[in-house]
Design a protein around this ligand. Structure first.
Ligand SMILES: [Fe+2]
Length: 234
């Protein structure tokens, strides 16, 4: 690989270039970050209390791992790395897995489990999904197809900043087949731990129960945010 002296010399070269350029100096960012678990009301009757409790425990476990990895990345050896096996490579893989797991669970817990929410035809989510999928029912059909195509993973509707439209996709695990340039908006957990206790292998009934209780108020706020971000990221 390269020794520390060699790396320092290379980096100093970069610093000189940056200082001579007109780019504004940015504040130094701390590598390490600490995330805290949030409370979520799972008021649904479609999921048992045991499954809800177990799911929250899993979510907290991902955060615990994420914080540990974040702390270890702070001091990880960056000189002796390679693409086959190194501590740094393993930490970065673990970071993606646990960061995605944390964020996806938070999106899922807050966009599901609202038995009183209904979508209205002049709302932003309804109009955008109808525009990009043909009809709202076509979006639902495609969302279900993605969900049932996922292995232990996720189904997600999101805004794609390159395509500039809303699309459905699935993620296997927490970090396989992740679409780049994609801002997640509507999320359902398709891991066995989410449905097996209450639905056994009937993933479809579980999925329909989740879709019946989407919190469209939460989802609409995400749609607005996604499009405003897309204005900046072109
Ligand atoms: Fe989960």
């Amino acid at each position: 690989m390269f020794d520390k002296k060699e790396l320092d010399e290379m980096l100093q070269g970069f610093v000189r270039t940056a200082v001579n350029s007109t780019v504004t100096k940015l504040p130094v960012l701390e590598e390490s970050y600490v995330h805290e678990a949030k409370p979520f009301k799972q008021v649904t009757e479609f999921v048992s209390q045991k499954a809800k409790t177990a799911h929250m425990d899993l979510y907290k476990g991902y955060i615990e791992s994420l914080n540990k990895i974040s702390s270890e990345l702070d001091t990880a050896e960056r000189g002796e790395v390679n693409s086959r096996y190194s501590e740094y490579r393993n930490l970065k893989i673990g970071e993606i897995f646990n960061l995605n797991a944390t964020w996806l669970h938070e999106l899922y817990f807050s966009n599901c489990f609202d038995p009183h929410s209904e979508i209205v035809m002049d709302s932003m989510p309804y109009m955008r999904l109808e525009r990009d999928f043909g009809t709202f029912e076509d979006w639902q059909r495609d969302f279900m197809a993605c969900a049932l195509s996922a292995q232990n993973g996720w189904v997600v509707t999101g805004y794609h900043s390159f395509l500039r439209k809303y699309v459905n996709t699935f993620v296997d695990g927490h970090s396989s087949h992740v679409m780049m340039g994609f801002y997640p908006l509507i999320v359902v957990d398709m891991w066995e731990h989410a449905y097996f206790r209450d639905y056994l292998t009937d993933k479809k009934s579980y999925l329909i129960s989740q879709m019946r209780e989407f919190n469209w108020g939460v989802i609409e706020e995400r749609f607005k945010k996604a499009e405003s971000i897309a204005q900046v990221v072109k």
